[in-house]
Design a protein around this ligand. Sequence first.
Ligand code: UDP
Ligand code: MG
Length: 346
Amino acid sequence: MLDVSRPEDFRLSVVVPCYNEAAIIGTTYRRICEVLADREFQLQIIFVNDGSKDATEWILRAITFADQRVKLLNLARNFGHQAAVSAGLEAAEGDAVVVMDADLQDPPEVVLTMIERWRAGYDVVYGVRTKRKEHIGKRALYSVFYHLFRWVAYIDAPLDAGDFSLIDRQVLLAVNRLPEKNRWFRGLRTWVGFKQTGVFYERQARAAGTTKYPLMKLFALAADGVFNFSTVPLTIVFVLGLAMSIISFAAAVAVLLLRIFDITLLGQRIRDVQGFASTILTMLLIGGIQLISIGILGEYIGRIYQEVKSRPPYIVREMSSSKPPAALRESAAPLKPARTEPEHAA
Ligand code: UDP
Ligand code: MG
């Protein structure tokens, strides 16, 4: 038991990013209410509509209209999953905040366990997937990524933990204060520290609709993780470059000596060696390494460029809830439409 006191009647915010989830979002809302409403705590649900092109917005509008606990953020376009999560986190008012997929892959029941851990004093309780009911290829990719990430990253990220988690308000404020534009929630959540723990759960198959993470987007997410939380690729490039330079230098000295002293090696003298194949191979090898190195540098420079431009990671087109206007104004006051204020723009 940790030495922390939590408020008896606290408020829980559940942040749900939604992109084209019309097939499932109504069910998700009902399940969240079934499990988390009418308990000792107050429930707030924040749906972030990330520029959906289907009926998601209208279903969410109807839900928001009928339920005062719900707050709806409509982003100005599709800004991507991580930006949508950030938008939801900025709007969350709870003492504890949960981030959850819209497709019921993260079972709401697990949130009750997370709350228990939070009450026991933990500030971050993240879900760790024990079994994934997903395609074997995708599972293998996830596994390779998480192991690679643990190896290169400068944060001690737990294996197989995704965005599904509960964080304390203090952690929320710390994460929201981080100025970076390219946001990777599970990394930021780990980076801020505090008392963290995991709860195991079985990751369900998507209840309806299709994944919004095709392979390419999954790779992009993985690249964000690695390049945002590690400079090991740069070190690898440096070590590789150093090794190649040493080999090249040694070879150059050897060739020079063979030429100067006209030494016969393997029955041949350097003078009459044709050397076409070896020249081409060396060039290709060095050229290849150089291109990869430039590519890796490019990944970092691209990210630096993005941060320097300081554009907000998302723009809220509209925020609605069915509270009476005065209350709406009050609750809207501490919210910012996007991270454009000077203290965040640093
Ligand atoms: N999502 C989003 N914007 C996007 C892509 C996805 O808000 O551009 C949401 C999506 O609606 C879901 C969550 O992010 O709630 C995770 O996406 P998905 O379930 O498709 O990913 P998977 O679980 O298959 O990795
Ligand atoms: Mg999902």
